[in-house]
Design a protein around this ligand. Structure first.
Ligand code: SAH
Length: 450
């Protein structure tokens, strides 16, 4: 097999990154955007020892699950790499990821629920972080083509709240008006690197963050005055990121105008969110995810609860009024400040959040003799660590509720829990990110020993 070779392929499967999978002369070929059941003529892009990547030249037989995507760029940029698949098939795809990982790990007798659909399938994101670059002599916002840093200019981001798209475009136009240069990542020059916009569906408040190479620039006062006039914008923050790096946000924020935080709601609770703090992206699906987790936790008024990887405390504070106490752990200092302030804001005085790594704090608490009843964990993609799992188990909780955004690390961690007297019998996938391959899920582990 050679690069640029043209081959006819029958697609038999979908990879976890949502690429079509075909077999050809002993090689596995991953075909961008192709679907199972399709027959395509494809061009080979890259050849490795046992597998290759290809792109579709022509679809000879089309899958009935294919939908036409209005803007092909959404799929191309990876912004919505499942957008060409019917929504019910997306849900099935996500459930299958979990089923297949369990099978590979030889874990039997586990029921995998139907993926809980998202109330909104487009426009659901309450936050967008979009790169700003110069394309053909003009400042553009958009998204990088997959596996590259070529900006594809966009004004409709499809999965983002349309009110956020409106603000992104208005700010882009102002950057053009004041001739503020886009960031040039090759020479680490220019000015605006990213636009980061958050909007609360509950309050309508909008925070705009300009990620800039400098702390200040001559046009900033005039630009700020005009941004203040954009409907709904309640604060402007300049995030200072002088480094030559792919990391989006720098370490320092300067408040240009308005409130330093945006206020949002989950259920009856109010939350203030700082620029660096994590907040669930899909506002309407979040309470449904939490309810699924909390219902199965079966909390009692005497319970001592831990909220690990807490962000701004949304899970712990949602249950605080029904339990004895909540202790939270989160590594981002501002998020912990937000969590403790959010407890006060909601009249909760039995919840306390601590700054630090969960894998450091939990062992400390365990060695101090802490006993818990229920532990909620909601780690990033890399999952938990053995140190955390050891320590969590030592505090003898009846239940550990695992909210996962990566089924591969979830299954790895569940295997370790099983060796420590904890069992589970079902996993419920939840669609937090329609049109993308991300799989969120809830699993409840119960203690079997005494
Ligand atoms: N439970 C929250 C946040 C989940 S996102 C919610 O539902 O909104 C995961 C959180 O874990 C992020 O806030 C991230 O900053 C935090 N985090 C990442 N690594 C961590 C670690 N090693 N220890 C503690 N928190 C960590």
């Amino acid at each position: 097999m050679k690069k640029n070779q043209i081959v006819d392929l029958k697609i038999t499967d979908l990879s976890y990154q949502a690429m079509g999978v075909a077999h050809y002369e002993g090689m596995t070929v991953f075909v961008n955007n192709a679907l199972p059941g399709e027959v395509v003529t494809a061009k080979i892009l890259k050849v490795k020892k046992r597998y290759a990547f290809a792109k579709i030249e022509e679809i000879k037989k089309e899958s009935p699950d294919r939908v036409t995507v209005k803007l092909n760029q959404w799929v191309q940029t990876g912004l919505a790499s499942l957008a060409h698949i019917k929504y019910d098939k997306q849900l099935e795809f996500k459930r299958n990821q979990v089923v297949n990982l369990l099978k590979k790990a030889h874990m039997k007798n586990v029921e995998v629920g139907e993926t809980l659909p998202s109330p909104e399938q487009t426009g659901y994101r309450n936050k967008a972080q979009v790169p700003v670059r110069e394309v053909k002599g003009q400042l553009e916002i958009g998204f990088f083509r997959r596996h590259s840093h070529d900006l594809v200019p966009l004004t409709n981001f499809f999965t983002t709240d349309p009110e956020i798209d409106r603000v992104l475009v208005a700010v882009r136009d102002l950057l053009r008006k004041y001739q503020i240069p886009a960031y040039d990542e090759i020479n680490n020059k220019g000015e605006v690197r990213y636009l980061d916009v958050r909007r609360s569906k509950a309050t309508g408040e909008i925070m705009v963050i300009l990620v800039c190479l400098h702390k200040d620039f001559p046009q900033l006062p005039d630009l700020a005055k005009d941004i203040e006039k954009i409907k709904g914008v309640t604060s402007l923050i300049l995030n200072y990121n002088p480094k030559k790096t792919n990391v989006i946000l720098g370490k320092t924020d300067y408040l240009v105008f308005g409130e330093p935080q945006i206020t949002d709601k989950i259920g009856d609770l109010k939350f203030k969110i700082s620029p660096e703090s994590f907040f669930q992206i899909n506002s309407l699906q979040t309470p449904r995810l939490y309810n699924l987790a909390i219902k199965q936790a079966d909390l009692k008024p005497k319970d001592v609860v831990v909220d690990a990887y807490s962000g701004i405390g949304t899970i712990g504070l949602s249950v605080a009024k029904h339990v004895k106490s909540v202790r939270g752990i989160e590594v981002v200092r501002d998020a912990v400040k937000d969590a403790n302030a959010n407890a006060k804001l909601n009249g909760i005085n039995n919840a306390k959040y601590t700054t630090g790594k969960a894998e450091k704090i939990m062992p400390r608490w365990a060695s101090e003799g802490m006993k818990t009843d229920v532990i909620f964990v909601d780690p990033p993609r890399k999952g938990l660590t053995p140190e955390f799992i050891d320590a969590a188990v030592k505090t003898k909780p009846k239940k550990i509720v695992y909210i996962s955004c990566n089924p591969a690390t979830l299954v790895r961690d569940l295997q370790l829990f099983q060796t420590k007297d904890y069992t589970f019998n079902r996993i419920d996938p939840v669609d937090m990110f329609p049109q993308t391959p991300h799989v969120e899920s809830v699993t409840v582990l119960e203690r079997t020993g005494k």
